[in-house]
Design a protein. Structure first.
Length: 313
């Protein structure tokens, strides 16, 4: 979903604090804290886009015990209290679980240690990665609080979005057990993104796009991967600055509107003859439409190949 925090309008799976959102951050699915306050840095997978002062902003109070689920809209409302955050766009899961744990630092240390160990293993050593522990992972690690740990083995899934980790815990030389974790893993790759936000109906130009590093979740087929995949296409929804271009948000542009006049060419034996035709429907790039030859009155089928230009079929 995309929520404009000034108008709170649901649009996509991203939450924008304004239509001019310039910074994109990712909300964690599970947040663990030991204290009674949840800071902005606690909620985010990565804080690179934040100023140091923004990382320490208080967003909500943590549950006294156990956990509590929040919708992205609820957290977005709370972030409206901080004017400096109004240029953020928040990528978010459907809900965020805030967990009160005994030692959040220990869990973060385990996560950091596992991340470092994975970066020595294939395929992860080829990327910059972010490890996000699941609720079950956190509960298992929490039960081992204080123990030393080491990664015994790891088996990534086919999409490179997770890995089955076998982790051994010891304390003062004694084995406390081996647990299986299944964290979510994101990779940072180079991809095409928007230089600035664009509105529904805009025709994408190469000048609108730039290649930049982005976090991915393995579902690469959903996004345009080359300029040829998106340049010249029309957007079917608003997209914020810095976002990737989903293929479902693209459609062929309109080359002629209903009632408009255009050139219709007949190609035969190497010769090309043109006539003026009147479109009986809107015509998008590559689409065959019905049109009327303005001179003969004949109804013809024309494939639109350029703006106001088609070939008679």
């Amino acid at each position: 979903m995309m929520i404009n925090l000034k108008k709170l309008l649901v649009l996509t799976l991203t939450i924008s604090l304004s239509l001019q959102a310039e910074r994109i951050v990712q909300l964690k699915k599970t947040v663990q804290v030991s204290g009674h306050l949840v800071l902005l840095k606690d909620l985010l997978v990565a804080t690179d886009a934040l100023k140091d002062s923004e990382k320490e902003l208080i967003i909500i109070k943590s549950p006294l015990r156990g956990s509590k689920n929040y919708t992205p809209e609820q957290l977005a409302y709370e972030m409206q209290n901080h004017a400096s955050l109004m240029d953020l766009a928040l990528k978010s899961p459907e809900f965020i679980k805030i967990m009160r744990v005994k030692d959040a630092n220990y869990i973060e240390n385990v996560k950091a240690g596992l991340t470092a160990a994975l970066l020595k293993e294939n395929p992860w050593k080829r990327f910059k990665i972010e490890v996000e522990l699941t609720n079950d992972d956190i509960n298992k690690i929490n039960a081992m609080s204080g123990a030393d740990f080491e990664l015994v083995s790891q088996v990534p899934n086919e999409m490179f979005t997770s890995s089955k980790l076998s982790v051994k815990f010891t304390e003062k030389g004694k084995n406390r057990g081996t647990i299986i974790l299944n964290p979510n893993i994101r990779r940072k790759i180079y991809s095409i993104v928007l230089k600035a936000g664009l509105s529904k109906g805009a025709i994408l130009q190469k000048s609108d796009l730039v290649v930049d590093q982005v976090w991915v979740d393995g579902k690469e087929g959903r996004y345009a991967s080359n300029f040829i995949d998106c340049v010249g296409y029309e957007l079917t929804k608003d997209l914020p600055s810095g976002s990737r271009v989903p293929k479902v948000a693209l459609m062929d542009p309109i080359y002629i509107t209903k009632g408009g006049h255009f050139n219709a060419f007949v190609v035969s034996n190497g010769f090309k003859v043109s006539a003026v035709a009147k479109a009986l429907t809107d015509g998008r790039r590559g689409q065959t439409i019905r049109a009327r030859n303005t001179k003969s009155g004949e109804i013809i089928q024309v494939k639109m190949v350029e703006p106001k230009t088609g070939i008679v079929e």
